[in-house]
Ligand binder design. Structure first.
Ligand SMILES: Cc1cc2nc3c(=O)[nH]c(=O)nc-3n(C[C@H](O)[C@H](O)[C@H](O)COP(=O)(O)OP(=O)(O)OC[C@H]3O[C@@H](n4cnc5c(N)ncnc54)[C@H](O)[C@@H]3O)c2cc1C
Length: 414
């Protein structure tokens, strides 16, 4: 595949852009692959990429029932940070954040990583205590964060009202090297790199059954016929329960819709990401100028991949207290994605009761930030049978009561 470069852009400008190739191929499925990954979201594609890059395993197919990146990967609010509480979480999220820093160069695809800084506001005494504790834990883990006071918050985000009527801003946990990236580009960049290694990305190919023999996975049934494999990675976010059901076991996961919305584009007014977890809303400004706004999950399990009016009202009402300027904004679009939430708000990266079958799910409302680290870890687990990054996130933790409680770090969302 031809490399993207300033020279290539200049060359194509002179020949009317006729020389660009398709970013990834769309081949017919083969009868059998060494590895099949189900789900062409960020996590599935990253797993395939690191299988090839780190372990030389390239006889791989990534099967996607819709279009690649059309699930939560293309629907999120793109927040990337790594200031989680528990050591195992900090390790995998910080690995991911570190990989994001150079991902554009690694993939030769501009993913528009913008380390603009993320702050999580403390608006109750409980949050002050929680975030101070997280900042101390991060210091021990080697994750650079700091707890800042309200004046520094105001200095970094002048549009904030720190004397809010119900919840004044008491401080914040601030991670300066956290930020955002263009979510579609992350999926497209990994897909292009996988295709370049000879892997097959097969869209419009829904997995409808999992074939096994003597307790070992042998392949999948799909809407495009049966396809054999030696190893299977299931990376389907909110649909993980269905795939586990096909294989004959259950996952401790709930699927709920999480919604987001964007405003009309306005002039630059906020150059960091702010999350206000007490009032349940978070906001950043996109490169186009739209305010990107997210709220909490629906209060009941569902598979509704769309927005709902009451959410606009609840989320915007909450944000208006902290950002009075929001009251004058017109909202443009809203949407939803089906997220996969575990009881301890931590992911599952694990072997399963079916030999050769692995799952990567449970990222819930906050898995975009983890894509490179999660792909790295799952690829290692699938190739070698163990990975230091994924060890704590096995399914066995639910039998053993060894939870990785991230309800403070991942309480609202992201
Ligand atoms: C509104 C919203 C805002 C969010 N904001 C953030 C944020 O700011 N920061 C953050 O870190 N995270 C955020 N998230 C969470 C994040 O988007 C997800 O955790 C992450 O994208 C999950 O990626 P994935 O690859 O596991 O899943 P997905 O991107 O959902 O990919 C799974 C794929 O599997 C496919 N699939 C399902 N069933 C089958 C089948 N039977 N056969 C074949 N293919 C199948 C689906 O079509 C889908 O494309 C947000 C999510 C939403 C919905």
């Amino acid at each position: 595949m031809k490399r993207y470069s300033a020279f290539a852009v200049a060359r194509e400008a002179f020949r009317n852009h006729t020389g660009w190739e398709r970013a990834w191929a769309s081949p017919e499925p083969k009868k059998k692959y060494d590895v099949i990954i189900v789900g062409a979201g960020g996590h599935g594609l990253a797993t395939a990429y690191y299988l090839g890059k780190n372990f030389g395993i390239t006889n791989v197919a990534v099967l996607e029932k819709g279009w690649l990146g059309g699930g939560n990967t293309g629907r999120n609010t793109t927040i990337i940070r790594s200031n989680y509480l528990q050591d195992a979480s900090a390790a995998i999220y910080e690995k991911a954040r570190g990989l994001y820093e150079n991902l554009s160069q690694d993939l030769n695809y501009n993913i528009m990583f913008s380390p603009r800084g993320v702050m999580m506001l403390a608006q109750t005494q409980a949050e002050v205590r929680g975030y101070e504790r997280t900042a101390h834990a991060n210091a021990l883990q080697g994750v650079k964060t700091e707890y800042i006071g309200p004046q520094r918050v105001k200095q970094l985000v002048p549009i904030i009202n720190i004397d809010g009527p119900r919840y004044p801003v008491l401080g914040a946990i601030w991670q300066a090297r956290a930020g955002t990236a263009r979510h579609d580009a992350v999926a497209w960049g990994y897909a292009r790199a996988c295709s370049d290694m000879g892997m097959h990305i097969i869209q419009k190919c829904e997995v409808t059954g999992i074939e096994q023999s003597g307790g070992k996975v042998t392949g999948v049934n799909t809407t495009r016929g049966s396809i054999g494999c030696d190893k299977l990675g299931v990376v389907v976010a909110g649909h993980s329960g269905h795939l586990a059901d096909m294989a004959g076991f259950r996952l401790p996961i709930e699927s709920v819709s999480l919604q987001a919305l964007v405003s009309e584009p306005i002039k630059p007014c906020m150059d960091v990401v702010v999350m206000a977890n007490t009032v349940h809303g978070y906001m950043s400004q996109s490169d186009k100028g739209e305010m990107v706004i997210g709220g909490g999950t629906d209060g009941y399990n569902n598979y509704t991949q769309r927005g709902a009016f009451h959410h606009i009202e609840e989320t915007v009402r909450a944000l208006v207290e902290t950002f009075p300027m929001v009251a004058r904004l017109k909202m443009l679009r809203q949407w939803g994605g089906i997220v996969d939430v575990t009881g301890d708000r931590s992911p599952i990266l694990s072997k399963t009761p079916v030999d050769g079958m692995f799952v990567n799910c449970g990222w819930g409302t906050g898995g975009f930030k983890a894509i490179p680290g999660s792909g790295w870890g799952l690829a290692e687990l699938m190739a070698k049978g163990h990975s230091p990054l994924t060890e704590a996130f096995g399914l066995n933790r639910f039998y053993e009561g060894r939870f990785i409680d991230e309800s403070v770090a991942a309480g609202v969302a992201h």
